[in-house]
Design a protein around this ligand. Sequence first.
Ligand code: GUN
Length: 299
Amino acid sequence: MSDGARASIIDGKATAERLRARIGAAVKRLKADHGLTPGLAAVLVGEDPASEIYVRNKGRATEAAGMASFTHRLAADSDQGALIDLVRSLNTDDSVNAILVQLPLPDHIDADRVTEALDPAKDVDGFHLINVGRLSAGVGGGLVPCTPQGCVMLLKDALGALAGLHAVILGRSNLVGKPLAQLLLGENCTVTIAHSRTRNLAAETVRGDILVAAVGRPALVKGSWIKPGAAVIDVGINRMEGVAGKSRLVGDVDFDQAVTVAGHITPVPGGVGPMTIACLLRNTLIATAAQAGLPAPEI
Ligand code: GUN
């Protein structure tokens, strides 16, 4: 798109609002037909300001969808055993269908040990090895991580079927890059994962019909890194010093450059972020139905 045309903006906020409305309607049906109210418990250890905001927003969204929200706060110096005991008590609490332990955890806690203590059926982040394994094996029936799920929904909305497209994912994290690769393989994409040790990153990214940036490096991806007409999904949420001491959010993509090259692009904020919360609510609903032996709700 070098002829003055600009990419169409993928409106994650509007898509997430529609998804949340459908989830709210499905929650009403679950209550009316089966007397079930989905419950999501969020666990926050310490006082990381960004995590505080995320957990508060998740709690509000949960209640707005007609679900029960529980928040458990532990002091920053809590020991790992206390956190695992809390997770185990939530595993056996019938009012809790979904558990989320907010990351990052303090350094003295081994996040992998905590994740493995979760009941996989309540692991709405999709981080437990059982859920990771189900996604990798493509067997279904597991819970899928929320951010990559949101990315795929936005891509399908923008492009329709993804089969045969070359998707380049920048970033290999367990939260986004790796599960997203599995989801896009499931959509029959050709998938490349590029990362900080990849030689000549731009030579890889410019090949993608789809380019997803999930590395946490502000404005790393330049216009010249993007295939003309590509769909660009920016997962980055980097807080930068703005004017007059105010902070502003910047993605991993240099938006002003990318918008003149890409065919479709997500903004930051208002792109992937709102979809992550909507997918968390979707997972909570799916987990609740599965635990009651009901078929996956129509949403
Ligand atoms: N911290 C940043 N993103 C996430 C997420 O998706 N889940 C959890 N539990 N913590 C996070």
